[in-house]
Design a protein around this ligand. Structure first.
Ligand SMILES: NC(=O)c1ccc[n+]([C@@H]2O[C@H](COP(=O)([O-])OP(=O)(O)OC[C@H]3O[C@@H](n4cnc5c(N)ncnc54)[C@H](OP(=O)(O)O)[C@@H]3O)[C@@H](O)[C@H]2O)c1
Length: 233
């Protein structure tokens, strides 16, 4: 399979690529941080010497998807089986202090980037492709909310709704779209959101679930927003 993982430079995304590296799939690891991606490529090679991990340096906010991103992916593999929209941006600030720029950055990475990514890749998705959007319990309807995370949670709520809408729209193409609303996993982003909280799951543990789900979940789910949480937050 040909798999794209965004936000691969650290945290959960990095661990997803490591988990997938043990398989014989081709993995395209996307982030702005070329150094981190090259390091990851080396780590993956130690996990599985023959692994096919391609580094794709790209800014999901300001990059040109058709001119800069696609040639780095479609130039190597014509068809895409799995897209994991994992990259995320978070702002932890009282609502009244959030600037327009901060709002735009969070929505740009969490909502607009998955939209642009899916639109650019649309002609290249194989029948039965699986798009996995990484949401958050913060954006899950009716979940407990936390002060300071209004914009982040709203963006993840928008991503969840986009998931449901696209699953319906892509039904006839055989492309399945799901959203995993993650609970806490130990990463730098979690430390920024909840500095004193020690989450029960590591990024690696969360990543193992996400990679398994990305490979097989579309046989069982479409258009679903699934909570993946053992704790609050
Ligand atoms: N950790 C948790 O407890 C938790 C809980 C709920 C949901 N989530 C969600 O899970 C996903 C991963 O979270 P995480 O904790 O692993 O986050 P993280 O450690 O902060 O990593 C975020 C990733 O997103 C990438 N990214 C951000 N802006 C980008 C941009 N403009 N262009 C390209 N890449 C960009 C970063 O790459 P570069 O900076 O290298 O470009 C980085 O690899 C996120 O969507 C997050 O919202 C996490």
């Amino acid at each position: 399979m040909n798999i794209i993982v965004t936000g691969a430079s650290r945290g959960i995304g990095l661990e997803i690529v490591k988990a997938l590296a043990a398989t014989n799939h081709s993995i395209f690891a996307v982030s702005r941080n070329i150094k981190a991606l090259m390091y990851l490529e080396g780590v993956c090679r130690k996990i599985h010497e023959q692994c096919k991990v391609y580094t794709v340096p790209f800014d999901l906010e300001s990059g040109d998807y058709n001119r800069e991103l696609l040639p780095n992916i479609i130039g190597k593999e014509e068809r895409i089986d799995v897209l994991i929209n994992n990259a995320g941006a978070m702002i932890n600030k009282p609502f009244i202090e959030v600037s327009d720029q901060e709002f735009d950055r969070v929505f740009s990475v969490n909502v607009k980037a998955p939209f642009k990514m899916i639109r650019a890749l649309f002609p290249h998705f194989r029948k039965n492709a699986h798009i996995v959007n990484i949401g958050s319990m913060g954006g899950f309807p009716g979940s407990i909310k936390f002060p300071g995370l209004s914009v982040y949670s709203a963006s993840k709520g928008a991503l969840a709704t986009l998931t449901e809408a696209l699953a319906e729209e892509f039904k006839d193409k055989g492309i399945r779209v799901n959203c995993l609303a993650l609970g806490a996993a130990r990463t730098e982003m979690l430390a920024e959101a909840f500095p004193d909280y020690n989450a029960p799951l590591s990024a690696g543990e969360m990543a193992v679930f996400i990679s398994d789900f990305a490979l097989t979940g579309h046989k069982y789910f479409n258009g679903k927003v699934l909570p993946v949480a053992v704790s609050t937050p």
